[in-house]
Write a protein that binds this ligand. Structure first.
Ligand code: FUL
Length: 512
């Protein structure tokens, strides 16, 4: 595909725009490819995801592991003054056990915290002495979380990535200013970039790097014990440059938070808006925003914090399933946190509840009735075939995410898609997935069921059936909290599209 980079430099110089914008100029490309008209494909509705954003979205449900100095101090935010020997695991931490547990929980990957705000590094880094090798504890001296985590993930066929806190309350360099009151680039160059580079060496196949947005407070800062802040994280960490360097080393990494390739969903309770665009900000996004910025929901599976704390308990499988429906089922990804304990292991209770969650996901959402033999599907309108491609309704039930149904240009409402099962069954969920390579389009739909094909009942209670996006799961009883009841008996399911930004596309329609 032919692409022309628009070098904004000349333009920017003319209007005197600051250097940060210049550094980002390579990001702006115009797609000048001539569409292959012989395939009659719908034109994209911008913005659209990058290839790496699309792959990232397909990860859907993954774990967060907060482990480190705080595990041994009972804190959530250490101030950076902690002695290295305070990090004293009672056994060599075992990331493989963490990952086996979350795999059983139905997750496709995980992100390990390797440095939190206290600056203590869980690997033998060259960038600071504040790391595992300086602890007097022999288990600590053998700890290398990124190495062991990456290896275990690769062995188990899981995606993986790391959380490296940009804010570092231990480092003397963080937030330091020169004699003229300007921030120095010592921290970015000597510490943070180097730490990110060290991380990339643990595997080129990482899927996400997590940079939280904290911009400073009181800290140890090399023994100065003072309050420091930064004014602009993007500039301070030279994010455009850092992002390019990381992408060069690990092409599939999505920079979360500071770095801007996926957004915070706006709360830590594990829910996205019922309306949720992959553009814009917050719980619902914004239909008119210019940038593809899909939502990630970060939530805790335990009761006391991100890190392990004495006496905490783990959410039940049923509670986690509700969170799943309200995030993955609403066009967001879900990163659910499980904190390893002082032995560097996930506690038994967490492992048990994860196993139950995995079984629940398989029972409830594991067998797509629309993909069983004898199912028929019809759309009231379908785009004309291309030379080799079709846009048939059947593409929604063929189990192939690369084929899709599409409406003709200009048809954006009044469309019905009807699925006929071989016989009436108890059903509880309908899931839809747009072909988001061409942009997120649908903005209104309804779901009805019928036993005779004549009398229809609207389903989903008062749930707002607005956006679809990467994935939308509607519990037919309208209740995400107790979605798995006796179900509704239906032979026919009808999805009506009532509004769309352009002709709608769907690659999958599932019934569970
Ligand atoms: C936040 C941090 O301040 C918390 O400690 C935690 O790591 C959370 C996931 O991100 O920004």
């Amino acid at each position: 595909m032919k692409k022309i980079s628009i070098m904004l430099s000349a333009l920017m110089l003319a209007v005197g725009t600051p250097s940060v914008a210049l550094a980002q100029s390579a990001d702006f490309t115009l797609d000048t490819a001539t569409p292959d008209l012989s395939e009659n494909e719908p034109r994209p509705v911008f913005p659209v995801p990058s290839a790496r954003q699309l792959k990232w979205n397909q990860t859907e449900f993954y774990a967060f592991f907060h482990y480190g100095m705080n595990t041994y101090t009972g804190q959530e935010w250490g101030d950076g003054s902690e002695d290295e020997s305070t990090f004293a695991p009672t056994a060599v931490p075992n990331p493989r056990q963490w990952l086996e547990a979350i795999k059983a929980g139905g997750m496709k990957g995980g992100i390990a915290v390797v440095k939190h705000h206290d600056g203590f590094c869980l690997w033998p880094t060259k960038t600071t002495d504040h790391n595992v090798t300086k602890s007097s504890n022999t288990n600590a001296q053998q700890t290398n979380i990124p190495r062991d985590f990456a290896k275990a993930a690769q062995d188990l066929g899981l995606k993986y990535g790391f959380y490296i806190s940009p804010w570092d309350r231990n480092s003397a360099y963080w937030g330091k200013k020169d004699e003229n009151g300007n921030y120095t680039d010592d921290y970015a160059k000597k510490v943070f970039f180097a730490q990110c580079a060290e991380m990339t060496q643990y595997g080129a196949d990482q899927f996400e790097m997590w940079f939280d947005g904290a911009t400073g407070a009181y800290g140890y800062y090399g023994g100065t014990n003072q309050t420091r802040n930064i004014d602009n994280a993007t500039r301070y960490y030279d994010i455009p440059n850092l992002r390019d360097s990381i992408h060069n080393a690990c092409p599939n990494i999505i920079l979360w938070g500071t770095g801007g390739e996926a957004r915070w969903i706006g709360n830590e309770q594990g829910w996205a808006g019922e309306t949720c665009w992959s553009m814009g900000d917050g719980t619902s996004g914004n239909e008119n925003a210019w940038k593809w910025f899909p939502g990630e929901s970060d939530a805790k599976a335990t009761t006391k914090g991100w890190f392990w704390h004495e006496g905490e308990s783990c959410k039940t499988a049923e509670q986690m399933f509700k969170i799943y429906l309200e995030t993955v089922g609403r066009n967001a990804t879900l990163i659910l946190n499980f904190p390893p304990n002082q032995a560097g292991l996930l506690p038994d209770a967490d492992v048990t509840n994860l196993k139950e969650l995995g079984e629940m996901l398989t029972t409830r959402l594991g067998t797509d009735l629309a993909q069983q033999s004898g199912v028929q599907i019809e759309a009231s309108t379908t785009r004309a075939n291309g030379k080799t491609k079709t846009y048939d309704a059947k593409n929604m039930i063929d189990g192939n995410i690369d084929t899709y149904w599409a409406a003709p240009d200009g048809t954006t409402s009044g469309i019905t898609i009807t699925v006929t099962l071989p016989e009436a069954k108890a059903i509880r969920y309908v899931a839809l997935q747009e072909y988001i390579q061409l942009g997120q389009r649908i903005k209104g739909f309804t779901i009805e069921t019928s036993t005779d094909g004549t009398n229809w009942t609207k389903k989903g209670g008062s749930i707002q059936t607005t956006t679809v996006g990467y994935k939308r799961i509607i519990p037919l009883n309208g209740n995400t909290g107790s979605s798995y009841d006796a179900g509704t008996t239906a032979k026919y399911v009808r999805v009506s599209i009532t509004g769309s930004r352009a002709c709608p596309t769907l690659h999958t329609l599932s019934i569970f």
